[in-house]
Write a protein that binds this ligand. Structure first.
Ligand SMILES: [Zn+2]
Ligand SMILES: [Zn+2]
Length: 276
């Protein structure tokens, strides 16, 4: 699956596609270098040659980039993708397979950050239970639900305290580095060389501001004004922690707020484990 929705390559739709791709990359309050990941995805996009799809579907086609752990399930942006034909990528959508989960666990054991801060508790609680493709789909569904509970929680904190506290969870500095690649081949990721250099142009400043703005605009979709917030989906226990987060932020105690926020996320993870 791809957070960019880049399948539509029509030139006349390029502006809309860019708009959508950025929003979708920013809306999940994800960890990881969104900029580097985005640039590498562009390499897949530019690479026109066709290959036999590694997924075994039999198609020979242009390769597309599959986030192994989907951003919309709470995984982090990473400069690492699996090549899939467009058809397999669309079919996968946001459902992980057993091999996706195994690869994520392996990458994590090798020291990579694969999951975002808000979804680490549920990932840690459930990843060890996945033994089949069916389990991997179940984990995907529970992580998608978790994400849909996390965003309203952040929205409530935003509504009650403003943007200052939550901005600590965003990483606008990723917009200040530029990444170029040599040796890109969709099926030979080990040959990729990444050249990173700092940039501080006005343009990059704009990108950083846009990233922060869009992240908060996404939360506004869940605030009470727009009526999207579904209180009944979070338990009283979680609500109590969120109340503590708000109180701590208002008292200027950010670390205390962090620990109550983590507690809320941990309760959500425990609830998901009960329903496994
Ligand atoms: Zn994507
Ligand atoms: Zn395929």
């Amino acid at each position: 699956a791809c957070c960019r929705g880049e399948q539509d390559t029509g030139r006349h739709k390029a502006n809309l596609a860019t708009y959508t791709q950025d929003r979708r990359a920013y809306e999940h309050w994800s960890d990881g270098d969104f900029n580097q990941s985005n640039r590498l995805m562009g390499e897949y996009h530019k690479h026109a040659a066709s290959y036999l799809c590694p997924n075994g579907c039999g198609n020979t086609a242009k390769m597309t980039a599959d986030h192994i752990g989907p951003i919309s399930l709470g995984f982090a942006h990473r400069p690492k993708f699996n090549a899939l034909c467009n058809s397999c990528n669309s079919t996968k959508n946001n459902r992980m397979s057993l091999s996706d989960v195994q690869q994520l666990i392996q990458d994590e054991q090798a020291g990579e950050q694969v999951v975002s801060w808000h979804s680490k508790p549920i990932w840690d609680a459930l990843k060890g239970l996945v033994e089949s493709n069916q389990d991997a789909v179940k984990l995907s569904r529970l992580m998608a639900t978790n994400m849909q509970q996390v965003l309203p929680i952040l929205a409530e904190v935003y509504e009650q305290t403003g943007s200052e506290y939550l901005t600590r969870y965003l990483r606008p500095e990723y917009a200040f580095q530029d990444h170029r690649f040599t040796g890109f081949h969709p099926l030979e990721p080990e040959k990729l060389v990444t050249i990173t250099k700092p940039l501080d142009s006005k343009n990059k400043q704009k990108n950083a501001e846009r990233y922060v703005r869009i992240s908060f605009e996404e939360l506004e979709r869940f605030t009470s004004k727009t009526n999207r917030r579904v209180k009944s989906s979070t338990s009283d226990e979680v609500e109590r922690e969120v109340t503590e987060v708000v109180a701590a932020v208002k008292a200027g105690l950010n670390e205390k707020a962090d620990s109550h926020l983590l507690r809320a996320l941990t309760i959500l993870a425990e609830q998901a484990k009960h329903s496994w």
